[in-house]
Design a protein around this ligand. Structure first.
Ligand SMILES: Nc1ncnc2c1ncn2[C@@H]1O[C@H](COP(=O)(O)OP(=O)(O)OP(=O)(O)O)[C@@H](O)[C@H]1O
Length: 774
């Protein structure tokens, strides 16, 4: 069997689809109309953009992307504290609780200050510094609110918008050609669009003054025909631009998601303790989408707006520098506004994404354990708790809506003022013969273009800031170096002629191992622990609950690195081994195995994709699972539901045993979970475990009427590896070759054979088994 396949340990994988963006932008098609109509178009563009306008769409995306669900602030994180023990969030939430404690500390200072004048002065000084400190802590805690964990805050707090943009542009490298093509087409379509007002003005002058000659001696019909041709080129260029931009956007989302997911699955255990799966899924879906939009659609809209502003202004200056100067008085105010608004939106956006991640993880966790929720009759409370959690998101959405209202409302007002100025000055200039009616019309159209494009530019700015907020959440994962790297290097067990260090015999040595979990550095799990497990023996680890028996298994798989001492396999330090290969040669059946939501066959093939039908049957037989799998109408193709929910606990356990066997492991770790099973399931699992521990693998009887392939012979499978059982039952301990007993101080208290240990008068083990089940 192939022992290079990925390890079978429980790994989370969650994906969901998020609708991709719909932003086809944006020719501002201002109709050929009277000045009054044009005035309305301009006002509309600035204050309440039409449905076809990019501004409107950008606004919609601001609102819908940021608040698809209801909200609630403080309850969000505190809710998680109550609802789930999340080791990492405990330390993270310390910041928040400190910030809350401070005001009461201030009160204490104030009451003390009323005692005497001198103490009042002193207390006031302390009071004000304490208030400052409180404010600082509150600020810190507010900005930490934008991050899912303290680690993320620490790792990303130093990135600026500039550095993030640089990284994003680098990431878009593969799309350069398409984006450059889109820019070329943008220039064509924008040239067409920007020539429209000029042509319209000329036509208006010709139509209102028949004495004026038509350029190039053309007839009016020919001019109109020519214009249709030019507009066709413009719209084809626009089509090409939109296609290229959207395709690049989709391609970026595709690459970003894949890369992000890959980075996630290579992260270490601590990462998954700190970041919950719901939040990670939200990053994979929502954030990637926002980021790619901000460097494709949004950038394209921004460039288009920029070109329109530039070309429009140039034409305005060409037609009437005086009128342009008057109109420009309003621009610095709008620009200043746009920058402030954009910065605010960036801040809000990052917090919104974090809040979205939080409610996603809340929902994911509860929905995946819906049976627990329903069996405790907690549906109402869960719905309420979710509403509270999403309240925060709603609050942020309101803030953003408020800011948008102020920004676009005042922009509209400024736009209207500028129209008034335009009509006042422009009208007088027409009366004075300084400008023709046609040119004034063109000028007005250009003003409308410039106005709406300025609004487009500010939208571009705020959307970019949103993109940067979301990018920071992605770059945290993309750039986080895993604490334990899974690289395809290092020593590996296998034939020497293939570069290996020989076959693994399963000799395991823990030498003076000291270990505490990274999330609880103060709690020492192992203190100078030394254990020597001889090759190909079947040993059991015993000890009181919570003394580190399962931890021992995780350390053997190098899910965590020890602080000092060493773990050796066949004399080689675990750290020198090729981790992927090593993990693939260790079979583990955890206490609560979970299966993937697919068929039994696929779950088994996960351990070894090359396993034949016969291999699957043998593994199932040895796991005492063949009979029940065979009795299902769909046999191996039975769908097991999410995490194996449509199987009984005992059946799930036995499938997990078969899955571990399919690795043909050098070391098999069985974390005994029979205490959680009913007596019949327990017996079935126990039979399987007993076979493995004692090494006596027997084939179950086969139904004579079965159309399934016949059971393979016993010789085709032999368990010739080191078996470590984390035992909770006396019978398991009795069957093992050697026992290691962990004590309450995190070290080895006793070791020996079962009969040695029970014969010790007042022995630790003797006392321990008196509390164990037979
Ligand atoms: N990821 C983790 N982060 C921090 N502490 C942990 C983590 N996992 C386990 N612990 C703690 O480590 C200690 C040892 O846990 P472990 O699961 O190894 O105990 P055990 O001996 O297998 O218990 P049991 O017999 O009840 O299964 C416990 O106090 C537990 O709370």
């Amino acid at each position: 069997m192939n022992n290079q396949s990925p390890n079978q340990t429980e790994r989370k994988h969650l994906l969901q689809e998020w609708p991709s963006s719909d932003s086809v932008s944006i020719d501002v098609n201002i109709p050929i109309s009277s000045p009054q109509t044009t005035t309305n178009s301009f006002t509309t563009a600035l204050s309440s953009p039409s449905p076809r306008n990019p501004l409107k769409r950008n606004l919609e995306s601001l609102i819908f992307n940021s608040s698809p669900l209801p909200k609630s602030s403080s309850s969000l994180l505190s809710g998680f504290k109550v609802l789930k023990t999340d080791y990492s969030s405990i330390s993270f939430n310390k910041g928040n609780s400190l910030a809350q404690e401070s005001p009461s500390a201030t009160k204490v200072h104030s009451s003390a200050s009323s005692q005497t004048e001198s103490t009042t002065t002193a207390a006031t000084t302390v009071d004000s510094s304490s208030t400052k400190e409180t404010k600082k802590k509150q600020l810190d805690s507010a900005s930490k609110d934008s991050y899912a964990s303290e680690e993320e805050f620490e790792l990303t707090k130093s990135s600026t918008s500039f550095t993030t943009w640089k990284k994003l542009i680098k990431f878009a490298k593969n799309e350069y050609k398409a984006l450059a093509g889109a820019v070329g087409l943008l220039l064509v379509s924008s040239s067409v669009t920007m020539s429209v007002p000029f042509v319209m003005g000329k036509i208006m002058d010709i139509v209102t003054n028949p004495d004026l000659p038509v350029p190039f001696g053309l007839s009016i019909t020919q001019v109109f025909g020519g214009l249709v041709g030019v507009f066709t080129i413009g719209s084809l260029a626009n089509f090409g631009r939109i296609y290229l931009i959207r395709r690049s956007g989709e391609s970026m989302i595709f690459r970003l998601r894949n890369l992000l997911y890959e980075k996630m699955v290579y992260q270490d255990s601590t990462f998954f303790e700190t970041n919950r799966s719901g939040d990670l899924v939200s990053r994979l879906t929502v954030d990637t989408s926002i980021v790619s939009k901000s460097i494709t659609n949004n950038l394209s809209d921004g460039m288009r707006s920029f070109i329109s502003v530039f070309a429009g202004l140039s034409m305005m200056v060409y037609m009437s520098p005086k009128l342009t100067l008057i109109m420009m008085l309003i621009v610095p105010i709008i620009s200043g506004y746009a920058v402030t608004y954009g910065r605010y939106i960036k801040k809000i956006s990052q917090r919104t994404q974090t809040a979205l991640g939080n409610i996603s993880k809340e929902a994911e966790e509860r929905l995946s354990s819906i049976r627990i929720v329903q069996s405790f009759g907690r549906e109402k409370e869960e719905a309420l708790s979710f509403t509270k959690a999403s309240q925060h998101l709603f609050d942020l959405g309101k803030k953003e809506a408020w800011a948008s209202g102020i920004f676009f409302g005042s922009n509209g007002f400024l736009g209207n003022i500028s129209i008034l100025m335009f009509l006042g000055f422009g009208g007088r200039m027409v009366l004075n013969g300084e400008i023709s009616i046609g040119n004034l019309t063109s000028f007005m159209l250009y003003t409308a273009y410039v106005g709406s494009s300025l609004a487009g530019l500010s939208s571009f700015f705020s959307e970019s800031m949103k993109g940067i907020g979301a990018s920071n959440r992605l770059f945290y994962i993309l750039e986080r170096p895993p604490k334990i790297k899974i690289e395809d290097s290092g020593l590996f067990f296998g034939p020497q002629e293939q570069g290996g260090i020989g076959e693994c015999t399963g000799h395991i040595q823990f030498e003076n191992v000291n270990f505490s979990y990274p999330s609880r550095p103060d709690v020492q799990i192992f203190k100078d622990l030394s254990i020597d497990i001889k090759p190909r023996t079947h040993v059991a680890i015993a000890g009181p609950s919570g003394q580190g028996k399962s931890t021992l298994a995780w350390l053997l798989l190098r899910m965590y690195d020890i602080q000092s001492g060493s773990i050796k396999i066949d004399g080689h330090d675990l750290k020198s081994l090729n981790l992927n290969r090593w993990r693939s040669s260790v079979g583990i059946v955890p206490q609560e195995p979970s299966l993937f939501a697919t068929t039994i066959r696929n779950n088994l093939l996960y351990a070894n994709p090359n396993a034949s039908a016969k291999d699957l049957q043998v593994a199932l037989s040895h796991a005492n699972a063949w009979d029940f799998v065979n009795s299902f109408p769909n046999g191996l193709d039975t769908f097991v539901g999410e995490r194996g929910v449509s199987l009984s606990g005992g059946q799930k356990q036995r499938i997990a045993i078969a899955r571990a066997l399919l690795l043909n492991p050098s070391v098999l770790i069985l974390d005994e979970a029979t205490s959680a099973l009913d007596s019949q399931s327990e017996q079935s699992v126990q039979i399987a475990l007993d076979r493995l521990i004692s090494g006596k693998l027997q084939m179950p009887s086969r139904s004579p009427n079965s159309s399934r392939p016949s059971s393979p012979t016993q010789e085709s499978f032999s368990l010739n590896c080191t078996v470590i059982t984390i035992a909770h039952r006396q019978s398991t301990l009795q069957k093992s070759d050697h026992l290691f007993v962990l004590g309450e101080n995190g070290s080895l208290v006793e070791s020996g054979t079962y009969s040695d240990l029970v014969s010790k008068p007042d022995g630790y083990f003797k006392q321990l088994i008196s509390t164990m089940r037979k």
